[in-house]
Design a protein around this ligand. Structure first.
Ligand SMILES: *Cc1c(COP(=O)(O)O)cnc(C)c1O
Length: 379
C-alpha cells in the first residue's frame, strides 16, 4: 500500500541508524570517507560535495513527498534553479516564464542567464494560447509558478504540461508556495519540481535551501551530475534542519490554511480593503483550477487597500504580531509591501506589482491574536 504524506515525510530516507539505532539521521559533519582499499567505498560515500548521508536522507524524503524518483538538495532555491537551467539549456535556447515570476527567478533570467545566451519570454500562464504562441523550436522549458508571488495567480499544471510536451520542452513547476502537501505537480505531468525549502518545507525561518525533484530517473541523473559538477549543495547542518522541518509540513500547512481562511474573512469585511487575492475565493479567476489541483489554498494572502502606496506601507509599519519582513512560509506571520520590498527590483519591468498591495504570510499563531493585530494595523 502507498504510504500517506505524513508517514513519508517522517520516515522516507530516515531509517534508524544501523550502528547506534539513532531514530533521526545524524548531522554528518564530514567532508571525506575512509575507503576499504582503493575505490572500496563503504556505502557509496566518497566526498561530501558528491554525497553526504544527512543530505541523502533529505533528498530521499523530498523525492518521496513529491511523488518523484530523484530528489536533490541545494544551498538555496536559486542555486537549485541555476543548476536546473544550466542542465536543460545551453546558449541559444529559450524558456517561457510566468509574467509574474518570483523576482529572484526573473533576475536569474534577465541579469545572469541572458548574458550567457539563454533567452526568455514572460507570458501570462493563465492564457494557454499565449503560452502556446510563445513556444519556439528552441524552447527547452516552460517555467511555472502556481500560486504566484505576490499576486497569487493560478496556472493549470496539467494543461501546461501538455503544451510543453507538444513543443518538446520540459515543464518545471516552482512548488514553493503550495508545498508538496497541497500540490503534487509531478502527478499532473510536470517533469521537475523546484523548491525554495527556505519557505514552507523548512518552515521555521532558520535555514536557506533549495531542492529539485524529478519524475524520470534520466533527468534525475543529469541533474545529479550537474549538482556535483557545479557544487551548490546543501551542507549537512542545513539538510538536517530542513529534514526536521519537513516532518511537520502537513500539520503546519493545515494550520496555515485554517488561519489564512480566517484572515481572508476579516479582510473581505474590512472597509479599507478594496481587493483580496486568495485562490480559495470563488471569485478568484483561478479558483476552479486551484480547487482541482490543490488540496487546500495555502497560507499566503495578498490584498489591495484604499489610499494607495502610502496606506499600504502604513499598514505594514503598524502591524506588530505580523512581523515586517521578507520571505514566507515560517511558523511566524509576516507582512510586507512587495512594491518596496520583495519586488522592488521588478519596478519598470513586466513584473512590476501594484503599489497598493500588501502581502501576508499567515503563520500558525493563535488566530484570534492574528486577527486582532491586523484589525489594529488596518486602523
Ligand atoms: C524564495 C523563493 C525562491 C528562491 O529561493 P531562495 O531559497 O531564496 O534562493 C524561488 N521561488 C519562490 C517562489 C520563492 O518564494
Amino acid at each position: 500500500m502507498n504510504q500517506g504524506f505524513e508517514t513519508l515525510a517522517i520516515h522516507a530516507g530516515q531509517e534508524a541508524d544501523p550502528h547506534t539505532g539513532a531514530v533521526v539521521p545524524p548531522i554528518y559533519a564530514v567532508s571525506t570517507y575512509k575507503q576499504d582499499g582503493v575505490g572500496g567505498l563503504r556505502a557509496g560515500y566518497e566526498y561530501s560535495r558528491s554525497a553526504n548521508p544527512t543530505r541523502t536522507a533529505l533528498e530521499e524524503a523530498l523525492a518521496a513527498v513529491e511523488g518523484g524518483v530523484r530528489g536533490l538538495a541545494f544551498a538555496s532555491g536559486l542555486a537549485a534553479e541555476d543548476t536546473l537551467l544550466r542542465t536543460v539549456c545551453k546558449p541559444g535556447d529559450h524558456v517561457v516564464i510566468p509574467d509574474d515570476a518570483y523576482g529572484g527567478t526573473y533576475r536569474l533570467f534577465s541579469r545572469v542567464l541572458q548574458e550567457w545566451g539563454v533567452s526568455f519570454d514572460p507570458v501570462p500562464l493563465g492564457d494557454l494560447d499565449a503560452v502556446r504562441a510563445a513556444v519556439r523550436p528552441d524552447t527547452k522549458a516552460i517555467w511555472v509558478e502556481t500560486p504566484t508571488n505576490p499576486l497569487l495567480n493560478v496556472a493549470d499544471i496539467a494543461a501546461l504540461a501538455a503544451v510543453a510536451h507538444d513543443g518538446g520542452a520540459v515543464l518545471v513547476v516552482d512548488n514553493t508556495f503550495a508545498s508538496p502537501y497541497l500540490q503534487q505537480p509531478l502527478s499532473l505531468g510536470a517533469d521537475v519540481v523546484v523548491h525554495s525549502t527556505t519557505k514552507y518545507v523548512g518552515g521555521h525561518s532558520d535555514v536557506v535551501g533549495g531542492a529539485l525533484v524529478t519524475r524520470s530517473a534520466d533527468l534525475g541523473d543529469r541533474l545529479a551530475y550537474h549538482q556535483n559538477a557545479m557544487g551548490a549543495v546543501a551542507g549537512p547542518f542545513d539538510a538536517w534542519l530542513t529534514l526536521r522541518g519537513l516532518k511537520t509540513l502537513g500539520v503546519r500547512m493545515d494550520r496555515h490554511c485554517d488561519n489564512a481562511e480566517r484572515v481572508v474573512d476579516l479582510l473581505l469585511s474590512h472597509p479599507k480593503v478594496v481587493q483580496v487575492l486568495y485562490p480559495g475565493l470563488p471569485e478568484h479567476p483561478g479558483h476552479e483550477i486551484a480547487a482541482k489541483q490543490m488540496r487546500r489554498f495555502g497560507g499566503m494572502v495578498s490584498f489591495r487597500v484604499e489610499g494607495g502606496e502610502e496606506a499600504a506601507v502604513e499598514i505594514c509599519n503598524r502591524a506588530k504580531l505580523f512581523t515586517l519582513g521578507e520571505s514566507l512560509g515560517g511558523v511566524e506571520s509576516l507582512i510586507e509591501h512587495p512594491g518596496r520590498m520583495t519586488h522592488a527590483s521588478a519596478a519598470g519591468s513586466p513584473l512590476e506589482v501594484p503599489a497598493d498591495l500588501v502581502r501576508l504570510s499567515v503563520g500558525i499563531e493563535t488566530v484570534d491574536d492574528l486577527l486582532a493585530d491586523l484589525t489594529e494595523a488596518l486602523g
